[in-house]
Design a protein around this ligand. Sequence first.
Ligand SMILES: [Zn+2]
Length: 78
Amino acid sequence: MTLELKLTLDCPRCGNKLTLREYNKYVQLYCDKCNLSVTIRKRIILMRHVDYDDDVLDWSSALDFLYSLLKGKATASY
Ligand SMILES: [Zn+2]
C-alpha cells in the first residue's frame, strides 16, 4: 500500500506542488510535472529525526532534509 500526499512545498525546479509518497521501506518526495524525485529509506529518517528519549519524530526536520536533497538534485542536473 502506498500513501500519497500532496504537499504545500513547491518543486525547486518547476514550481509545481510536490507529492510525498510513502512505501514499505522508503519515502519519496516527487514532482508529477517534471519528474524530479528523491527517495530515501525510512530507516534514515528514523536514525536522523527521531528523539529516542521521548520517542518523538521531528517530521518537519525530516521533510526539510528531504527537500534539501531534492534541491541538490534540481541544481545538479543542470
Ligand atoms: Zn517539478
